[in-house]
Design a protein around this ligand. Structure first.
Ligand SMILES: [Fe+2]
Length: 306
């Protein structure tokens, strides 16, 4: 389910902090710093953040909370700043526990207070109800606009492209994903209603091309049947594999967003990507958390099919 967390008004946050008596910040003590401008065509993509609680929870030698903190610091250091951050699922540590989502709220606080909205798709390690329970503002939104088929979908319209955020979570703790007929019918209709702008489609699960990746999306061919003939669909984005890779299905780009948490293949980079959108092309840049990784700073231009 895409869960949208809007920016937290900085003045309101500070007022709340002061009112609660928990902060010692006085207005005159606030740093008079200029915030970098926001670029409406710059986006940050994260996947598989796997946040647990407590903060130092570790798996495969990695403390995911520390990795996300580093990513947040680096995103905030970007100038200009992105128009938004999208997390392509597996937000929770392993079982979608309530405490995982509370911790996520804490870790992404600096982004929201800096005016950067965050959009979450959910993965197989997430739990819809518990995620929503941790974010009352998202729960309110979901109550207004609930998924009509047990899933939640949305479209983010931007100057050069529309993001279609899909929900491939079939069941918490069950590895493969499923879009389902109803969601795909919604997608076809939503794409048809927006024929003129590039459509960038994102969900957690990787495509199971030719049945080679059974842990991926079970109804891959049905998804491709919707995407392939609709030329406005330029790329499908996903996480799940904890790998950074760009491939293709004929002229449709397939973008595998790297994980910030543990890796299954140690040679893979851990990090996030930035996407600079233009009308007919997008530039992807890998920001590896390990600056020494050979792929850190790798830039790839993807030209959109016509
Ligand atoms: Fe994952």
């Amino acid at each position: 389910m895409p869960i949208h967390l809007p920016p937290i008004d900085r003045r309101r946050f500070l007022a709340g902090t002061l009112a609660a008596g928990t902060g010692l910040l006085l207005p005159r003590q606030l740093p008079a710093q200029e915030e970098p401008p926001i670029d409406p065509n710059l986006w940050v993509l994260l996947a598989d953040i796997h946040i647990g609680h407590p903060h130092d929870k570790k798996r495969r030698g990695v403390r995911p909370a520390e990795k996300l903190e580093q990513a947040v610091r680096e995103i905030l250091a970007l100038s200009p700043r992105p128009a938004g951050v999208i997390v392509a699922g597996d937000c929770a540590f392993l079982h979608g526990e309530s405490g995982d989502y509370v911790m996520i709220g804490k870790l992404i606080g600096p982004l929201r207070r800096a005016g950067v909205p965050i959009h979450f798709a959910l993965g197989n390690h997430d739990n819809r109800e518990r995620f929503l329970a941790a974010f009352p503002e998202a729960k309110k939104q979901a109550a207004i606009d609930p998924g009509k088929f047990g899933k939640y979908v949305s479209v983010l319209e931007t100057p050069h492209a529309n993001w279609f955020l899909l929900d491939s979570l079939e069941k918490t703790d069950f590895t493969p994903g499923l879009m389902g007929e109803a969601q795909l019918a919604w997608l076809a209709k939503a794409l048809d209603a927006r024929p003129d702008k590039p459509a960038l489609v994102l969900a957690h699960h990787n495509p199971n091309i030719k049945g080679k990746f059974p842990a991926g999306l079970k109804d891959t061919e049905a998804l491709l049947k919707v995407l392939m003939p609709r030329k406005q669909a330029k790329a499908y984005f996903y996480g799940h594999t904890h790998c950074w890779n760009i491939g293709r299905r004929t002229d449709l780009h397939l973008v595998n967003i790297p994980a910030t948490a543990w890796l299954f293949n140690k040679s893979q980079p851990r990090g996030f990507i930035t996407v600079q959108l233009r009308s007919d092309v997008a530039t992807f840049e890998l920001h590896a958390l390990d600056r020494k990784h050979a792929k850190h700073g790798e830039k790839i231009d993807l030209k959109w099919r016509t």
